[in-house]
Structures are given as structure tokens and as C-alpha cells.
Design a protein around this ligand. Sequence first.
Ligand code: ASP
Ligand code: MG
Length: 602
Amino acid sequence: MALIVQKYGGTSVGTVDRILEVARRAVKTVKLGNSLVVVLSAMGKTTDGLVKLAKEISANPSKREMDMLLSTGEQVSIALLSMALQEMGQPAISFTGAQVGIVTEAAHTRARILRIDPNRVETQLNSGKVVVVAGFQGIANAGELEITTLGRGGSDTTAVALAAALRADRCEIYTDVPGILTTDPRLVGEAQLMDEITCDEMLELASLGAKVLHPRAVEIAKNYGVPLVVLSSWSDAPGTRVVSPPPSARPLEGLELAKAVDAVEFDLDQAGVSLLRLPDRPGVAARLFGAIAQQNLDVDLIIQSIHEGNTNDIAFTVRRNSLNQAVAVADAIVPSLGKNSRPELGEPEVRAEERPIAKVSIAGAGMIGRPRVAAQMFNTLADAGINIQMISTSEVKVSCTIDAAECDRAVAELCKAFDVANSPVGLRCASQKPPAVRAVALDLNQARLAIRQLPDRPGVAAKMFGLLAEENISVDTIIQSQRCHNIDGILTRDIAFTVAQIDAEAAKTVLEKSAVEFGWGEVAVDTEIAKVSVVGSGMVAHPGVAAKMFEALSQHQINIQMIATSEIKISCVVDEAQGITALKAIHAAFELSGSEKVQVPA
Ligand code: ASP
Ligand code: MG
């Protein structure tokens, strides 16, 4: 007999008929000999409706009252489902978040779960009832019984957290799509259903528009090894498994506030190549990495960002013993790329990093939505007097290249700062050999900021991202270029990064305010950008993934403005108007397209 947690989203309980359908599925699950906890969202678009009501009364309603209001939606659906089950002869009982002891921090409208007291649920399960729990809500300040909510979409998080606390055998997330798709089917008609995806891949996709699963739910599944599956409430198809590493003995106390960083990783087998002042034209990255892939060289980090006068710098790292070969390829390619549009800035140039470099990374699902984490990494390195050369970030990882001689010290300091043990390589948890590219995503809600002429010394990046973190601005892709300018004897570099569009102006203001004090230059904002990303754990072992992505863009004459990579993701920033074309081209290039039409509700 298994213990199963099933979660049904808004459309799955949108009408009385749909609620009866959910009840039938629940009864069937119990009849198969399982114990069952059901977590529900509010019916249909109830929560949106409640938000609208509040806005009609106040432009800026109190967060406490918002929680009071929004938490009512789930109370309706759980009571109705419980009645439906009882009507079918299945004993059932519904509970609010408070009643099952879902204790959260006291942060109204965005609370994280601290702990769940499983006793009440277990007692009811043992008496043969189906326990129906309101998603998305909890209780803070136990003495004062303050109702909190977890943030929009939070009932996935309730479900997985309950599954972790109850040590359930499985958590099933029922939704209105058949599972997790290779890309957004509303943009790409050929999107296909995936059988499985790893938690790491899912996390990388989570903020990129793959809205089927709340990233915090994936974070918990990964941390506690909860077996998770996403499937349709309209069919009996098996859906998509979200594969997590084996369950760990992590304490349940501080459930969602568990460490932001799980691991400090390092790689000493890295050598850097920089190409400076390349022309800013479609096809440049494609030709370069195409030639490198032809030599079968494994490229690790790639970063590219544009500079004044529309010239480009690309930097990448390869294994040390491939450095000479990589430089030779770059040397051979560069003359054929043509001149840049501002010859007075200098000719294109290839530079091999003479000194050995190391890559140090912090990794962890808990970084999502916590802008202080990256800032803390830069700070830690700065305090140790270690200069950062390249920075590349993804949703769940920040990597920096530094002087190899400093690697041991950097790792020791980072382990101390984040209270973790160091580990050789990232977690891989796919059941079979994972494909190089699993899914493709488009994010149209980002803006790019470029800061010119940051003094090249330890502590500058720390300062900058610290200022943004203070404003609670999460930075997405960060790219620190390799090009140094010599301004009156001070070496400077440029940094570019992306933030959510709604944060762009605030980010610019904060950084401009401090420009004089910290000595950086102009801050430029561009909101007309799109970020396309490919995600797949198998890309580590597959040379040529980057080349294929760039080639697909080049064939459509799409210019790449920024490139950033992590082990399992490559992201390119392109012009907003070309975003959808870019997404389609890349989806097709990796042969993810299929002919089966996946039905999605509007
Ligand atoms: N009802 C809440 C919302 O619409 C929580 C959820 O459905 O996950 O955001
Ligand atoms: Mg949802």
C-alpha cells in the first residue's frame, strides 16, 4: 500500500463536474489500496477574481488582508471535494493549511514553509479517510494564528512539501496539459510531451516560462527526493516524471528555508580563450563554435556580450590540454569573420589566457528568488582578495573563473560562507543517458542592463550585486566580459546582466546612484530583448550543442547579443522581435518537434 499525494490545479476543479471527476479519480486510487492526500487549488480563476476585487477597493491593499482574502478560494474547493467523496461513500475530511499545521515564515503573500506537523493528517489517513488539504496557504506566528499564502501558484509547493513531510511514496500533480512539454505549445505547435526530466533541468526551465510546476515545489522535491510526476486530469496517460536524486536524510525542520546553496564545486582543468572586438553580426558565434565542434573539443563556459560601437567579445573555456587546438581554430577563423564596424577600436584579436584558471561554482535549488546568494559569493571572494575573471549564472548555479592558484582558498572560503562540504561534480539524476537537449524555452520578460567600465579589482561585482540584492532584485544571467580597458592606468571591464523587466528601472536607478562612489560608468538598459535557452543534462558530454544552437540562429539571420552557459543550459539574448522565430528554429534544430498536436487550454 502506497501513500500518494495528488494535487489538482484550478482548471481541474473549475466546475462541479470537474470536482466530481477528481473525486472519481481519488476513489479509484483508494480502491487500488493506497492512502491518499489530495491538495487543491481554488476553482478555476477564483484567485484572479479575488485579486481583482481587492484592486477595485485599494490600489495597494494590505498584504495581510490579501492573504485573508486569497486563502478563501481553496477553502471552497476542498469542502466541495470532501462532500463529493462522502457522497460517493468514501470517507473524507478537508483541512485548511492551519489545521494541518503548515507553519510558514511571517511573510504575507510570499511565505516559505518552515515545517509541517504530519500528525493530524496521519491520524485521519489511518482511520481510512481521504484527507483533502487547501493548497497555497499556511499559518505563521503560531501563537497569533496569522493566515499566510505561499505566493501565486503555490499549491504545487504545498503538495510536494506535504509529500516530503509525510514521506509519501509519490506526489502527482494533475493539470490541464498532459505533462511537461519540450517548449511552450502556444508558441510552437510542434511541442512534444516528455517522459521524464530531471529536477535540475526543470529548475533551469522553471523561470523560463515553463509554468506547469512551481519552482519551489521542484526545489523541495529535489532536496527531499520526493518522486514527482506531472500529468493530465483529463486522461489516464502517464505524464512526465520529474526525476530527483535518491531521498536524503535531510531534517524536515526549516523545510523550505533549507540551505540556499547545496554544493561548492570546482574544476581546475580549465583554460580560457577570449576573442575581442569581433563584428556584431549573425553567424559569428555559429562559425566559431562550429569549427571548434568539428575538432571535437569540449567547450565548457561560453560568455558573450556586446560593447560600445557594436563590437563583440566572446570568451570560453576548454580542457587545458585542448587550449592550443582551440586557439589555433580561433586564429584561423577570426580573419574570415571580417572587420568590426568601428576599426578605430582595434582589430579582432584572439587571446589565450596564459595563467592557469579554475572554475568555482555554487549550486543549489534554494538560490531561486534569493538575490543575496550570488552577491554573497562575490563578497566572499572579494574578502579573500580573489579577483573574478568571468562570471556566468543560471537559475541554480553561479560560476566564476579565477586564477587557479587561488582555487583551494576560494573553495575553502565558499564552503565556510555557505556552510557546505565541497563536491567534485554536480548532481546528475536521470535514470538513463539523458539527451543533450531536453527542452527549449523563451523568456520575453527580461531586460538587459550593461554597466561600462567597472574597475577590475576584487569586490566590485560584490558591491554591485549587493546593492541590487538590497532592493530584492533578482539578477538572472550575469556576464562579465574579458575585455579590459585601460583608463588612466585603471583597468576596467564591462558587466552585463538581465533582470525581470519590472525591476529594470529600479536596478538602473540604484546603480547610477552609486556610480561615482564606486567608480563605474554608464548604465544602459534595453527592454526589447528575448532570452532563448536550451536545457539538457546530456550536453556536458556532447560537444557541438552550442554550435548547433548558434547555427540555427544564424540560418535565420538572428544576431546574438549575449551568450551565457551553465553545465546544463545555454542561453542567448536576441532582439525581442525575433524571439519566437528563434525559439522555433532552435526547437526544430534539436529535433524536438513532433507531429502530435498537444492540446492546451487558452
Ligand atoms: N490559487 C492560487 C493561485 O491561483 C494557488 C494555486 O493555484 O497554486 O495562485
Ligand atoms: Mg499552478
